[in-house]
Design a protein around this ligand. Structure first.
Ligand code: PLP
Length: 459
């Protein structure tokens, strides 16, 4: 009889040490394990996460096609900062932001300057820093104090702007949104800006609601302020989502470098740029708007490459994925993808509005994003957080959260439609929403309060 072989290589996977034994989880073990075992342990724990495609809380891409996935696998080892070693990736990075400069109607695209970033947050930090530095330089040149900068923006800004203000000692002047002014729209702006204002942020696609802020009107208000007071205040457009939607779905809308007051624009490539997480872009309409002393020059390819960023090392593969999308989709492809998402958003919003408990916060705005609220007095047995929990049990992640500041007593629930949420899948979600509402309506009393509010996450 052959001796019993005990070698670990032939042990059934889940009977091996590591799988069939407990391993320390908060300290490094002394011994090693086979790669397949370690893979399975990590893979299985990650299985407990929600399904990314059913995560309707996030704006960030969760689907790319197979060719993109192949390219990603081939290039995940590239560090974007190694411009010497990867000159082709560096050239493609430059090409990408030059494409964006044209897409965003820079008056002289060759005079524009830009960079990739890890996402919109870093992009916004860089844009904010440029505004602050230019303001400081102008103040010092005029012999005036430059110690109390402020930045004016809506109370519905994404948290990255509150971080910017906090990290770089800039006062965040938040203009509250209200039922009458659901976005920053230039109304009363003169009450917020002064000689210490480094800029105004306009959001193309408010995170809470998907509504665009009217950049043209904000610029017109600033023009009036200039005529009355001489203050000449620039705009940064945080186009985290809209930067890749407006050029395709609302090409006539003037929000970009067509408006002279717009000095810089940022976007998340990993949102409607349709790239996997880890990429943003920021551009200035002209090199003159990015102070030289923020730029570090690295030499490569015998030339000198200006770099401006918070990180040093960062994945380079996403930049290649961006360029892949530009080639693969072109204008027609981007338009088709964003249109399909918008159609799905309109379908979902229309059906949800027909359900008795709900009213839409607004019609589907320019982004394929919409929010709804519970009608006043519909029920005191359940709320949108409870609905979120019900949907979560079915695998869907649909966040509920309070609106900012003046509207904080209003709770909304929001769906972000992204590439990959087909009409067919959206109908499955509608079924689940209807089932959940019947279940909640049928309860004999309110659900226990504790532990209900678990879906208050949003991006
Ligand atoms: C308007 C806006 N700005 C900035 C950000 C931050 O983007 P990122 O996650 O790419 O850092 C977001 C994210 O949702 C956003 O919606």
């Amino acid at each position: 009889m052959a001796p019993r072989r005990r070698s670990i290589e032939i042990n059934p996977l889940f009977s091996r040490p590591g799988e069939a034994t407990e391993r320390p989880r908060f300290e490094l073990a002394d011994d090693s394990m086979l790669p397949e075992t370690a893979y399975q342990v990590v893979h299985d724990e990650a299985m407990l996460d929600g399904n990314a495609r059913l995560n309707l809380a996030t704006f960030v891409g969760t689907w790319m096609d197979e060719a993109a996935s192949r390219l990603y696998q081939e290039t995940f080892d590239k560090n974007i900062v190694d411009k010497d070693e990867y000159p082709a990736t560096a050239a493609i990075e430059t090409r990408c932001w030059e494409i964006l400069a044209r897409l965003w109607n820079a008056p002289d695209p060759r005079a524009a300057i830009g960079t990739s970033t890890i996402g919109s947050s870093e992009a916004c930090m860089l844009a904010g820093l440029a505004l602050k530095r230019r303001w400081q330089q102008a103040r010092r040149a005029a012999g005036k104090p430059a110690s109390q900068p402020n930045l004016v923006m809506s109370s519905a800004v994404q948290v990255c702007w509150e971080k910017f203000a906090n990290y770089w000692d800039v006062e965040a002047r938040l203009v509250p949104i209200s039922a009458d002014h659901r976005t920053l729209d230039g109304h009363n702006l003169d009450g917020y800006v002064d000689e210490n204002t480094i800029g105004v942020v306009a959001i193309l696609g408010v995170t809470y609601t998907g509504m665009y802020e009217p950049v043209r009107e904000i610029a017109a208000a600033l023009d009036r302020i200039k005529a009355a007071t001489g203050l000449d205040i620039p705009i940064h457009v945080d186009a985290a989502s809209g930067g890749f939607v407006a050029p395709f779905l609302q090409p006539e809308l003037e929000w970009d470098f067509r408006i002279g007051r717009v000095h810089s624009i940022s976007t998340s490539a990993h949102k409607y740029g349709l790239v996997y997480p880890g990429l943003g872009w920021v551009l200035w309409r002209d090199t003159g708007y990015l102070p030289d002393d923020l730029i570090f020059n690295v030499s490569y390819l015998g030339g000198s490459m200006p770099t401006f960023g918070l990180n040093f090392s960062r994945p380079g593969a996403q930049v290649l994925l961006q360029y892949y999308n530009f080639l693969r989709l072109g204008r027609d492809g981007y338009r088709a993808v964003q249109r399909a998402s918008h159609d799905v958003a309109r379908h979902l919003a229309g059906e949800i509005a027909k359900l008795a408990p709900f009213e839409l916060w607004s019609e589907v705005p320019e982004l394929p994003v919409f929010a709804w609220r519970l009608k006043d007095g519909y029920t005191d047995k359940w709320d949108l957080y409870d609905l979120g929990n019900q949907l979560r049990q079915g695998g869907w992640q649909v966040p509920a959260y309070p609106m900012p500041d003046n509207l904080a007593d209003v709770t909304v629930q929001r769906i972000v439609v992204r590439n990959g949420l087909s009409l067919d899948l959206a109908d499955r979600l509608l079924e689940r929403i209807k089932e959940s509402v019947s279940y909640l309506d049928g309860l004999s009393g309110p659900l226990p309060h504790e532990g209900r509010r678990t879906t208050g996450f949003h991006h």
